[in-house]
Design a protein around this ligand. Structure first.
Ligand code: ZN
Length: 377
């Protein structure tokens, strides 16, 4: 009996090893497929079909408050999937919320859907206020192909080239059809404000050993080469400060400013100043194909939640709270924007959000621009 048990144990162990190897080599065969070192279980995250089903359920039970549609009139994804949008609210302020432009950044979709559900079903005073003052446009899964492949990019149907959709809103024209589709919709909606949801790799809060759970970002850095002196320099600082104050005391949440290339020893980090990012292009009023001849623009910010599903840094245990902090940040920023509370924030509170002393700006138009340099453009 004992030896049989032992034999079973060994066999099961061997099977598990074989299975993990075979799935690893399978992944390795797919160009751009899931990282073989990552082993995050994505079964607990939402598939494209799940998202479509949830959207339909929310619409059906919302008593007419939520309108779900596809962007098929503008086109479909490279692999032919419809991009879904949900609209709720009756007010004049238009708020755009997009999630999962990077297909391996998954919990943000869940957070966006949870917030949509709250707006659809809750009779709370804060919710009523938001829906009276604003109309919200949710794109819970901007990149359905990347989501299904569990990769950051989308893949061009004709060449197989991988495209980062968040670097594709450029004046030179869009490479991926998803960009054309969502841009055309954006130019029709003309939002007043946008929030973009992401995941990032592991990082620590400057000067502490705390792992960052949430970073607040502006993709054209406030005070940086592009935004300085524009009307969005202060308002983006106010928005991020507002969220920081609302969330900093929420349990297990360690919030900082979004930065890249952080170096703990040197105590330095870089802000990003990229023009081809979707929310950057929104602030720059990108006019592509003459779809935005007035050069309509608006402030836009992004959130970064810890971990993603292809580097294996996302654990099922923490998924609940990571989703919750995203949900709460979104909900509070929308409320603060709609009620005008954001306008009352001192923009200098931006510097209270922990950040690594700034060494420069990481750009997509001029490499790394050191702080104090005039070579921004
Ligand atoms: Zn991302």
């Amino acid at each position: 009996m004992k030896s049989l048990k032992r034999f079973m144990k060994i066999t099961v162990a061997a099977l598990i090893i074989m299975l993990s190897f075979s799935s690893a080599s399978f992944a390795a065969l797919q160009p751009g497929g899931p990282s073989t070192s990552g082993n995050t279980n994505i079964n607990s995250t939402l598939s494209y079909q799940d998202v479509v089903k949830i959207l339909q359920d929310i619409e059906r039970t919302s008593k007419g408050k939520v309108e779900v549609s596809t962007l098929d009139q503008y086109g479909k994804s490279e692999q032919g999937r419809s991009i879904y949008v949900a609209k709720i609210g009756t007010g004049p302020q238009k708020i755009w919320i997009q999630a999962q432009i990077h297909g391996n950044e998954k919990l943000v979709t869940e957070a966006a859907l949870q917030l949509l559900k709250t707006y659809a079903n809750s009779g709370g005073k804060d919710v009523e206020r938001v829906l009276e003052e604003a109309t919200l446009y949710f794109i819970p899964m901007y990149n359905p192909d990347g989501a299904e492949m569990n990769i950051r990019h989308t893949k061009l149907a004709n060449s197989g080239k991988l495209i980062d959709l968040n670097r594709d809103w450029t004046a030179n024209g869009f490479e991926a059809v998803e960009s054309k589709v969502v841009y055309a919709y954006w130019a029709d909606v003309n939002p007043d404000f946008a929030i973009d949801l992401h995941h990032q790799g592991l990082k620590q809060i400057y000067g502490t050993n705390e792992s960052t759970s949430f970073s607040l970002g502006v993709s054209l850095s406030p005070d940086g080469p592009t935004l300085s002196g524009t009307r969005y320099n202060d308002v983006t600082k106010q928005m991020m400060s507002y969220v920081y104050d609302e969330l900093k005391d929420y349990g297990y949440t360690h919030i900082d400013r979004y930065q890249v290339g952080v170096n703990r020893e040197a105590g330095t980090g870089y802000d990003i100043d990229i023009k081809g990012g979707v929310v950057s292009a929104m602030m720059l009023g990108l006019n592509y194909n003459n779809l935005n001849p007035e050069g309509h623009s608006h402030p836009a910010v992004f959130f970064e939640t810890k971990g993603n599903t292809s580097d294996g840094s996302l654990g099922q245990k923490s998924n609940g709270y990571l989703t919750k902090q995203n949900y709460l940040a979104l909900k509070s920023l929308v409320y603060g924007y709609v009620t005008g509370e954001v306008d009352n924030v001192n923009p200098d509170n931006w510097y209270n959000i922990p950040y690594y002393p700034l060494a420069g700006y990481f750009t997509d138009y001029n490499g790394i621009v050191p702080v104090g340099s005039d070579s921004g453009y």
